[in-house]
Design a protein. Structure first.
Length: 280
């Protein structure tokens, strides 16, 4: 079977975007083959578009990491899908809603071409990630947690943005121990469904630098939900303001979060790189 696809990217976070094929013949093996950057198309995540499941929604999208696993949410992916839907039907307006496993996402295509998405309300309840207590069991909500890794205690923040995130503060993202701690925290026993791992350097109250080791994909050039998670953790600790510039290896995004309990917005570019087709 041949599928038509778009290769899209948001801040270097790259995606294979395609309409769901009849019968949905894709499985994790085929997705991993498509994700291979030497013998396939190459991507951080594949975004499969299906018919909407809710009234008022333009589409329902599913997200698959490069290792073939399906995940709940992807902020940069949502921005790319919103840009694609607007390009297909600009007459329907710049505001649109999209369904996903992580819930309904509302988006706006701005006059300057940037795309903003409502990422919902950050959820700090450990059971939402989930994150469990040492040895298993229920964990009380806190602004930070101690995570034991190879005999070392690390202080992390934890939050769900529709998907699970652990956030570490580091003095400098350039020298952050991504390769050492990223995989170990991602698959730590206290995260039964694994976790995305953010390494955050606070430059000022309105500016952070961030690198993210993504669950099922490794370190990526950008992570939209990771940017939101880092700002959420920083805001809860009283270290950040309501409007924050987030510098990622692939470029800059903006995160807006007025207060606890309010919705968070992510803004940045979304670009189509090329169109193609491939046999699966």
């Amino acid at each position: 079977m041949r599928i038509e696809f778009l290769k899209m990217q948001g801040l270097g976070n790259d995606f294979l975007v395609f309409d769901a094929p009849a019968g949905n013949p894709l499985d994790s093996r085929k997705l991993r083959a498509l994700a291979d950057r030497h013998t396939g198309v190459g991507f951080d995540q594949a975004l499969m578009l299906e018919a909407p499941r809710d009234t008022g929604s333009r589409v329902f999208y599913r997200i698959f990491n490069s290792d073939g696993t399906e995940v709940e949410q992807c902020g940069n992916g949502a921005r790319c899908i919103a840009a694609l839907l607007y390009s297909r039907a600009p007459q329907l307006g710049r505001r649109l809603s999209m369904g996903s496993l992580g819930g309904m996402v509302h988006a706006q295509i701005r006059e300057d071409g940037l795309v903003s998405v409502d990422m919902g309300v950050p959820n700090f309840d450990p059971s939402a990630l989930p994150m469990v207590a040492p040895g298993g069991g229920t964990l009380a909500e806190a602004s930070s947690y101690s995570l034991n890794l190879d005999g070392m205690d690390l202080e992390i923040g934890a939050v769900s943005m529709g998907n699970p995130h652990a956030v570490l503060r580091v003095p400098d993202v350039k020298s952050a121990p991504i390769a050492r701690f990223g995989p170990s925290i991602e698959s730590h026993a206290r995260f039964p469904r694994r976790a995305n791992v953010g390494f955050m350097q606070i430059v000022g109250r309105d500016h952070i630098r961030l690198r993210v080791y993504e669950r099922g994909a490794g370190e990526t050039l950008a992570c939209g939900t990771g940017a939101c998670a880092a700002v959420a953790v920083g805001r809860r600790l009283g270290l950040l303001d309501a409007e924050v510039k987030v510098d990622l290896p692939g470029g800059g995004a903006a995160v807006s979060w007025a207060a606890m309990g309010e919705h968070m917005w992510l803004t940045g570019p979304a670009t189509t790189v090329f169109a193609g087709s491939i046999d699966i």
